[in-house]
Design a protein around this ligand. Sequence first.
Ligand code: DAH
Length: 340
Amino acid sequence: MIDDIEKIAVEITQYDISTVANLENFRIHYLGSKGIIKSLYSALKDVPNEKKREVGQQINTLKDKIEIKFNNQKEIFENLEESHTIIDLSRPPQDETIGSRHPLSLVRAEIIDIFSRIGFSISEGPEIEDDWHNFSALNFPPEHPARDMQDTFFIEKNENEIALRTHTSSVQVRVMENSTPPIRTISPGRVYRNEAISARAHCFFHQVEGLYIDKNVSFADLKQTLLYFAKELFGDKAQIRLRPSYFPFTEPSAEVDISCSICNSRGCNVCKYTGWLEILGCGMVDPNVLKSCGIDPNEYTGYAFGMGIERIAQLKYKVNDLRLYSENDIRFLKQFTSGF
Ligand code: DAH
């Protein structure tokens, strides 16, 4: 009987269990209820008593061997099955959802691009500002209504009056304080005002400030730069017109309208049948502002302008509710394909 067991042990090592069907046959043949192991155990009763213990142990060892071989192969098949379900090459591919850039980012990038081409650098400043940079250095008189709680979000109402900046003109001041002319820079950024949120007003929005300081900078330079900008942004047919206006930090000041690209200046409800749309404020930097920022107004002149990014996005994409820009509605956002 010991001979038989040894033969079976050899047979097991050679048994081919490389397919699932073979493995099952192997199990039935050796471990099944009518299998070899079962019959060896029943044959044990005919073994002489003094040999029973030894033969019994041999059968146990043989059974262990069979089980190990069976379990190892079974595990291999199970793993294989799992990995097959993960990389099923016949499955249809999943759609990649590609994001799109926010319309305000697209417009800001375009504005930056246009001014970069004529030598403007980009500068940035903090969104939390002190009274000096947001108001005083820009020639706002102490009693100016913009300093009122109505318009400005104050953070600290002490002698420094720390507030959320109400415009990116504050960056002009920082740039002039920290560099010497010639200065040619634009400053894009977010600004805050204490306004009730509606389709036409929001408590935060985005601006781009422009500043050019050098010897002999004139109002004609300003006009020509803005005309170039309007044509780059809205096409060669775009026209601009300047209306006299007032800002504390520029003298003279103007508001700039662009010909309505929606109706080709024929008159529509967007331009309120005037053929013109207001897009920015501008002017020659007031000598008081130059002085406050450490620049000699007898040696240098300059122009500044400021525009709202939402306003330009509104004209470019015909989106006339400001709230849409900050609601993160995916149905709105996915309409703007960036080409990236
Ligand atoms: N800071 C102004 C605003 O927020 C915009 C502006 C107007 C900026 C005229 C300028 C400027 O630099 O010259 O409404």
